[in-house]
Design a protein around this ligand. Structure first.
Ligand SMILES: [Cu+2]
Length: 503
């Protein structure tokens, strides 16, 4: 009976004749092959024409120009694997393994039907062998087995890009998770034959999760933590390989009245991204990087090893914040980028004020440079109180100013002042103590009563606590002084009676 139903189903689908109960389909019939599956079946436009073309590769956030071709060509891609130390956060370095010297790797753009001749070169000073698996390749391994490349070697393989779409590529050398976690991924766009609809600006953004031995923003060089990787417990979740890679002076830019397109990938290795732009609505999303688009989308899911294309028209000037809306990742692990739109105000559409430091905090500012300078000074054994104050000021923005205000004045009846605080004057050690353990219950500051809760900020590293405390002690008429990172480490260990539990 089951077989009979299956037979009917297939018969309906294929409009094939002669399917009776008990029939064994003749081996020659191959009914499935008559079905037009589209995709790869329609993606072969014959042999490559014209002279071979050298692919234009771009570093993020740039995207190569459209191919502008209406015929299939032979496209030569030359990609270098480079292992190099770069900053993952201000003052924190990490040894990345890269395709093309950047994380994510170079953006590759071809046309459906193109024959791609892929050269993978592993630089002689690499310590590891690497390879590449492109999700846009039809064939087992996606190129991985043909591209295993030892340091100082080059491999070559060829594929025909049969399916249009936006595809992730990544290293697939064991341990695969580690190679991807070290930054070995990027995007290849296989344009449909007619090309993508033209827009004013195209950008390349790719999310990745990173696993360092130290805490988030722990300074100095950080190693890879395999156990954190296995536990899927990243220290950093960032766009384009580093915290701040797309903020401050590095922000993406646009003008009002323009159409902006984002090619967004997710290298993982573990997390799925809930990609969102605060203050915009995606007019179109080619979800999962495929052929169909959805319209009027707020947040789009990008799987690990997946991608999406999104278009939006910019009406209102100001800063738009790109985030993974799994929001702790944005504010506590680095998954935050800015698109800055210039143009005339549009009060008819939006009367609100510019998104400010209160919301996006220190991450929107380029001023974290002061934090890096303090780290260098400390390494050299030359850290001064002034270095600490500068670094502390940058960190105070966003972390503390949300409640106590940038002026340190606080808010009457709600947040006590840090400016001229007699609570601080009574015992300057209160400052690092309150930062690390929080504070709850009734207190009196400058003659006014407060009975509220400050959550502990124990996620801050010892030197962040030291720098913020030193800044507070030396600002707004407070008594001055210095807190060292060793002192912060000691204070972290001892919980006072009025500590808050973090609510
Ligand atoms: Cu690799």
């Amino acid at each position: 009976m089951k077989r009979f139903i299956a037979c009917i189903a297939i018969a309906t689908l294929l409009a094939a004749a002669g399917c009776k109960q008990g029939d064994t389909p003749a081996p020659a019939a191959k009914p499935g092959a008559a079905y037009d599956s589209g995709g790869s079946l329609k993606g072969d436009f014959g042999p490559p024409q014209g002279k071979p073309i050298e692919a234009v590769l771009t570093s993020p956030p740039h995207v190569p120009p459209p191919t502008g071709r209406d015929y299939p060509a032979k496209v030569v891609v030359e990609l270098d694997v480079v292992e190099k130390e770069m900053e993952i956060s201000e003052g924190t370095t990490y040894t990345f393994w890269t395709f093309g010297g950047t994380v994510p790797g170079s953006f590759i753009r071809v046309r459906q039907g193109d024959t791609v001749v892929f050269h993978l070169r592993n630089m002689p000073d690499s310590k590891m062998p690497h390879n590449i698996d492109l999700h846009g390749v039809t064939g087992p391994g996606g190129g991985a087995s043909s591209s295993f490349t030892a340091p100082g070697h080059v491999t070559r393989f060829t594929f025909k890009a049969l399916n249009a779409g936006l595809f992730v590529y990544h290293c697939a050398t064991a341990p695969v998770g580690m190679h991807i976690a070290n930054g070995m991924y990027g995007l290849i766009l296989v344009e449909p034959p007619e090309g993508m609809p033209p827009v004013d600006r195209e950008y390349y953004v790719m999310q990745g999760d990173f696993y360092t031995t130290g805490k988030y923003r722990e300074k100095g060089h950080q190693g890879f933590d395999m156990q954190k990787g296995i536990d899927e417990n990243p220290t950093y979740v960032v766009f384009n390989g580093a915290e701040g890679s797309l903020t401050g002076d590095n922000a993406l830019t646009a003008n009002t009245g323009e159409n902006v397109r984002l090619y967004v990938g997710n290298g993982g290795p573990n997390l799925v991204s809930s990609f969102h732009v605060i203050g915009e609505i995606f007019d179109k999303v080619w979800f999962e990087g495929g052929t169909r688009y959805n319209e009027n989308v707020q947040t789009t899911l990008i799987p690990s090893g997946g991608a999406a294309i999104m278009d939006f028209h910019v009406e209102v000037p100001g800063s738009y914040v790109l985030v993974d809306h799994s929001i702790f990742r944005a504010f506590n692990k680095g998954a935050l980028a800015i698109l800055k739109a210039d143009g005339a105000e549009r009060p008819d559409i939006y009367s609100g004020k510019e998104v400010d430091a209160m919301y996006i905090g220190d991450q929107a500012n380029a001023n974290l440079a002061a934090v890096g300078a303090a780290v260098k000074a400390e390494k050299a054994g030359e850290l001064t109180v002034d270095d600490q104050i500068e670094a502390g000021k940058a960190l105070f923005a966003g972390t503390c100013s949300t409640c106590h205000q940038a002026s340190g004045e606080g808010m009457p009846g709600v947040f006590p002042p840090l400016a001229n605080s007699d609570y601080i004057a009574a015992d300057p050690a209160h400052v690092p103590q309150v930062i690390l353990h929080g504070l709850q219950g009734p207190i009196k500051v400058n003659g006014k009563d407060y009975d509220s809760i400050m959550p502990p900020m124990s996620q801050l590293t010892d030197d962040e606590v030291a720098n913020i405390a030193t800044y507070v002690l030396n600002s707004w008429g407070n008594p001055g002084g210095q807190v060292t990172k060793e002192q912060a480490a000691e204070i972290r260990k001892v919980k006072p009676a009025n500590a808050s539990e973090g609510h």
